[in-house]
Design a protein around this ligand. Structure first.
Ligand code: C5P
Length: 224
């Protein structure tokens, strides 16, 4: 393998995507938000009222799902069967079900295969929950991000209310706790820190400071 792979994992709303995006831009890597893929699958399941217990229905639905990322200068669009669902997948309705959908073995198998394909050729930064452990255990650089739960809830609350969603801080906190619990206790590739990951607690760091730290880690490994 000639390409460089950076895996960024951590709990919900730690700012993984923000760092990953900035990093990809600076290094001219491809950025892939793996959580967006699970969110798109969840949206499809909700729309088609897929019974999560029904393995045949789940497999059949997965076969009908095509997910594409379309890069733009402003932001990357996520297409679900050709439809731009970038905004819809961020809504609370999707957030409320995404961890249940993501815990399903068949869903993970399908998504992990697609993610591995994306990392075959190009230099890539991928963020998620199991990127350094399951998707790319051989990643060249692994970052595990954490942040104070109150800081995380405030960030997510600001993000959602800025988009006009009417939601309380309590709901946001409950959703983060709910997802973190399911994500770290599921049997299929649970969220956990890879042994060789660099831990980045960004509770008190600016985005610029975070980027500098990660770029430093990249440069250390690049010169090896
Ligand atoms: O990253 P984001 O918070 O958008 O991810 C939404 C959800 O997708 C997570 O709470 C988790 O349940 C699931 N996910 C996952 N594995 C990944 C990325 C996300 O299970 N690699």
């Amino acid at each position: 393998r000639n390409n460089f792979i950076i895996a960024i994992d951590g709990f919900s709303s730690c700012g993984k995507s923000t760092v990953a995006k900035a990093l990809a831009k600076q290094l001219n890597f491809v950025f892939v938000d793996s959580g967006a893929m699970y969110r798109a699958v969840t949206l499809f399941f909700l729309r088609h009222k897929i019974d999560l217990q029904d393995t045949a229905a789940v497999l059949n639905a997965l076969e009908q799902i095509q997910i594409d990322f379309v890069p733009h200068t402003e932001k990357t669009q996520l297409l679900l069967n050709g439809e731009d669902v970038s905004d819809e997948i961020r809504q609370m309705e999707v957030s409320a079900s995404v961890s249940e959908v993501s815990a399903i073995k068949e869903v993970r198998t399908a998504m992990v295969a697609q993610q591995q394909k994306l990392g075959q050729l190009r230099d890539i930064v991928m963020d998620g929950r199991d990127i350094g452990t399951t998707v790319f255990p051989e990643a060249d650089l692994k970052i595990f991000m954490t942040a104070d739960p109150d800081v995380r809830a405030q960030r997510r609350y600001d993000e959602l209310t800025a988009k006009g969603e009417s939601i309380s801080m309590e709901e946001v906190k409950a959703n983060l706790a709910h997802r973190d619990h399911i994500d770290s206790t599921r049997s299929e590739s649970p969220l956990r820190q890879a042994e060789d990951a660099v831990v980045l607690d960004n509770s008190d760091l600016t985005q610029e400071q975070q980027l500098t730290l990660v770029v430093d880690e990249y440069l250390k490994r690049k010169s090896l």
